[in-house]
Write a protein that binds this ligand. Structure first.
Ligand SMILES: [Zn+2]
Length: 404
């Protein structure tokens, strides 16, 4: 099977067939690129084990907010969360299952019908923070997630049960103790840990079909659309040559500024050569990244009040929504048999619509929060392209959920 290895910056995880591949990149630059990532190679095809090796850790991109930034006034989530911590312990818990209205979703369809108990940035973690000790940083992260984002706590705990190559689990591989000496430093790693452990949880549950664990009530187990095997899909790197990438050109190399810094990590390689790289993966792992970048956003949303930095939380999911719709567009125009399968197969169609809906469920909550994006406004503009939104509309049409 394909042996999959690449390292962008400080870490790398390998994949062999059923193995997950994940890499994290870390940089202090504010180039709007980077973030947690993992890739996989045919994970859902053979399902005979999971192994990953990790040799380092990284984190999201973050940048200090400008002190004179006018955007501070829009940072309502961050500013009210601290005060709520002090004033309303426990009572602010939002445990009602809700939907979120968005002009990117349709109420009668799986995207608009998506609902869950949202992450709660007002959950009281004051006593946990006060009792923080560096030696118990991981326990602290789990407990804080339990208060503000229980789904993230579940993924952290359960994902860590899937061993990676070398015997490490997602926490061993991605937690940076050197940056966990304060409560804020520990919580700044929560989104990466949830993202990576989310991958490992899905990989551990994937066999002949790929698992997408959305929340405790919604999971998809869909067959095909890997880079190989029955109903395979094309390499995600091929979207780089489409008509839409020019609006935010792919960086040629990791670490460049003023370009799409996710591309050299996720859209690299050449599907025609013999070397298997991240960008050679198909739609199954593209959708897996979308799934985990929503979890990244939800986690950073939950803990934005604890950080003085802005993160790429929105940038990751917006980039991947842009990739996902571009992939659908390219599939429909150039790979009709693949498109027929991905759009007419109920599992894939509903998974795509549901994950799109969950992304907007959180993106509506984080909109305008300067702590949760580096280039959010620009990236929202890229996703908001009539041709690309039309691809989601076409899935709704096939789903038959549109009200006449
Ligand atoms: Zn990932």
């Amino acid at each position: 099977m394909n042996f999959n290895m690449f390292c962008a910056a400080s870490c790398c995880i390998l994949a062999v067939a059923t193995f997950a591949v994940g890499c994290l990149s870390s940089s202090g630059g504010g180039g709007g690129s980077g973030g947690a990532f993992a890739t996989g190679d045919g994970v859902g095809v053979t399902g005979d084990g999971v192994g990953v090796t990790g040799d380092g850790v990284g984190g999201e991109f973050s940048t200090a907010q400008d002190a004179d930034s006018s955007s501070a006034s829009t940072d309502d989530t961050a500013s009210d969360a601290n005060s709520t911590d002090a004033a309303q312990p426990e009572t602010a818990a939002a445990d009602a299952v809700v939907t979120t209205a968005s002009d990117k979703t349709v109420a009668s369809c799986p995207d608009g019908q998506f609902s869950e108990t949202p992450a709660n940035p007002s959950g009281d973690i004051k006593s946990l923070v006060a009792a923080f000790t560096p030696t118990a940083a991981l326990t602290f992260i789990g407990q804080a997630l339990g208060v503000r984002y229980p789904l993230g706590q579940f993924l952290l705990t359960e994902g860590a049960k899937t061993k990676m190559g070398g015997g490490k689990n997602c926490v061993d591989a991605f937690f940076q103790a050197s940056q966990g000496s304060t409560a804020a430093g520990a919580l700044s790693q929560a989104s990466t840990l949830v993202h990576e452990c989310g991958h490992l949880y899905d990989i551990g549950k994937s066999g002949a079909a790929r698992m997408y664990f959305i929340n405790e009530k919604i999971q998809f187990l869909c067959a095909g659309l890997s880079n190989q095997g029955t109903n395979k899909s094309f390499a995600r790197s091929l979207i780089k040559a489409d008509a839409y990438g020019a609006a935010w050109p792919a960086c040629a190399n990791f670490g460049m500024q003023g370009c799409d810094g996710y591309a050299p990590i996720y859209l690299n390689g050449n599907p025609s050569d013999t070397k298997f790289e991240s960008g050679d993966q198909g739609y199954d792992m593209l959708l897996e990244e979308v799934t985990q970048y929503v979890n990244s956003l939800a986690t950073d949303y939950a803990f934005a009040s604890q950080s003085q930095f802005s993160t790429s939380a929105e940038d990751g999911i917006l980039t991947f929504l842009w990739y996902m719709t571009r992939y659908l567009h390219l599939a429909r125009l150039k790979y009709p048999s693949t498109y027929k399968y991905m759009s007419e197969n109920e599992c894939w169609r509903r998974a795509t619509l549901t994950i799109w809906g969950r992304a907007w469920f959180y993106l509506e909550k984080t909109k305008g929060n300067a702590k949760l994006n580096l280039k959010g406004k620009m990236l929202r503009g890229l996703v908001d392209h009539v041709d690309l939104l039309d691809e989601i509309a076409r899935l709704r049409q096939i789903e038959g959920c549109l009200v006449p």
